[in-house]
Design a protein around this ligand. Structure first.
Ligand SMILES: [Zn+2]
Length: 355
């Protein structure tokens, strides 16, 4: 963050004042006081907040390691649209200042929501002289009413801006569902009422996703999977990122279940800061089912404790340090496992088996 906010404001994820009743505001303020944090300890040089002394020193792979190149130089029109989008996000989120967005490495991705709102993305590419341990796709705000899941990604963007060392190649998307967040009353679903996290093309989606929605959720509108897999521009774009960027791991931020969930190989993180591992299982059309189980990609799902109140600065930082440590340990193991898994999946599909 750019440091203009007080500790109290940082502790709130929050919601423009009109969105809160007076009582909720008072409660949040009280929590803000209890969560206000001591001054941050100095950060080790080297980065992504982790000591890099053991990282392999090999020349970077040139073109091959920058798949799915992002936009060219922005035009004046792009710049205006970027600024307008940042303004709407900063107006909505108490923990995000306008300059947290405008002065970040975010840019237009070229993708748009149903309503035409740009989806912003930041890229932290390989640095000269250091081969990254792997590619990581990190995103928040797939559910528009989970405000803290967007705000915390801005905090982590700020960490990367200060400390990106080339340890990993990051692609970071703070807000995948802008229409869900940026409406007067934020909602989980996108503009067309689709739960984007049920819209990914897991095997047998056409039967399982509608069936699950009807029988298991009693047509809960908050869980509506859509008409077809990837029917929505937001899920379609994220799917495209998985295909073109080919991440070795995906980190998805949600709230408010207060845990770490995990799908895919090999070893899940037991703990990320104050969050303990508790595996929740997957649903037809969820990213965990599609990317974790079907593609065999590690999917780390961070469920923050509250959708409207940010974890303390210290907890945000501890989560990041634990995440980077886990990635550092596990990402290099992914490639052989993934290859084996894909062969297995292909063989299973050929034999008419469905995982
Ligand atoms: Zn969620």
């Amino acid at each position: 963050m750019t440091g203009k906010k007080t500790a109290l404001r940082r502790a709130l994820a929050v919601i423009a004042p009109w969105a809160l009743g007076l009582a909720a505001a008072v409660l949040a303020a009280c929590l803000g006081w209890t969560l206000s944090t001591p001054p941050e300890p100095p950060v080790e040089p080297g980065s992504d907040l982790v000591d890099l002394s053991a990282a392999p020193e090999v020349p970077p792979e040139p073109e091959e390691d920058s798949p799915g190149a992002l936009l060219d130089e922005p035009t004046e029109e792009d710049k205006n649209e970027f600024l307008a989008t940042c303004r709407r996000i900063a107006d909505k989120l108490g923990s995000v200042d306008l300059e947290d967005c405008t002065e970040s490495d975010l840019q237009l991705s070229g993708a748009r929501s149903v309503q035409g709102t740009p989806i912003l993305v930041a890229e932290y590419p390989p640095l000269e002289g250091r081969k990254p341990l792997g590619r990581v796709l990190l995103f928040g705000g797939i559910h528009g009413d989970e405000l803290s899941s967007v705000s915390i990604v801005y905090t982590w963007l700020d960490m990367l801006e200060q400390h990106h060392s080339g340890l990993f190649h990051w692609r970071v998307v703070p807000l995948l569902n802008p229409d869900g967040l940026l409406r007067r009353e934020s909602q989980r679903m996108n503009e067309r009422g689709v739960d984007l996290n049920r819209n990914f093309p897991s095997p047998n989606w056409e039967v399982e996703a509608p069936d699950y929605w009807v029988r298991r959720t009693s047509r809960n509108p908050r869980r509506y999977p859509g008409e077809a897999p990837l029917s929505e521009p937001e899920s379609r774009w994220l799917h495209e990122q998985i295909e073109t960027f080919q991440p070795g791991a995906i980190v998805a931020v949600h709230a408010p279940i207060h845990l770490v969930d995990y799908d895919g190989p090999p070893e899940p993180p037991e703990k990320l800061g104050p969050l303990d591992l508790r595996k929740m299982g997957t649903y037809p059309g969820s990213l965990g089912r599609y990317a974790g189980i079907h593609l065999g990609l590690p999917v780390v799902t961070i469920e923050l404790p509250s959708a409207g109140i940010m974890p303390s600065r210290d907890d945000q930082r501890r989560m990041w340090i634990d995440l980077v440590a886990w990635l550092r340990e596990n990402l290099p193991k992914q490639e052989p496992l993934r290859t084996a898994r894909l062969k297995e999946t292909a063989a299973g599909t050929a034999a008419g088996m469905e995982r």
